[in-house]
Design a protein around this ligand. Sequence first.
Ligand code: 2BA
Length: 109
Amino acid sequence: MKLIIAIVQNEDSGRLIGELMNDGYSVTKLATTGGFLRAGNTTLLLGVDEEKIEGAMKIIEKICKSRKQIATSPSPMTGGTGVYIPYPIEVTVGGATVFVLNVEDFKKM
Ligand code: 2BA
């Protein structure tokens, strides 16, 4: 068995969970926050048998779209004042960031 950890955008999470569950996957949803944007995102945990990993990946790839977001970053240009001025930068937030881990043991009690 493997554990898929998928970090996705909140906008895609409802549809993604729906499709995964329709295909028989068990899903746990966690409300998470990205360290860079400090904005909410969604982390899904899926415990899956090896042969079902590809199916899950296909669904994640189909649903999760990359989008551009504006973030503020402190400017290195202090102008001699020693003050950092925030300025907007555009980042492309990926469709999904996915980790696949080996599961040593799996029990339901
Ligand atoms: P955030 O950390 O809020 O990052 C949002 C987006 O900002 C990233 O999209 C990336 O395009 C950009 N970004 C992140 N760190 C950056 C930096 N140091 N400089 C410039 N741009 C930067 P994604 O790469 O698609 O990541 C989306 C979310 O997935 C991340 O939200 C984070 O919550 C998670 N994530 C991505 N890679 C990860 C990793 N290696 N480990 C744990 N979580 C990760």
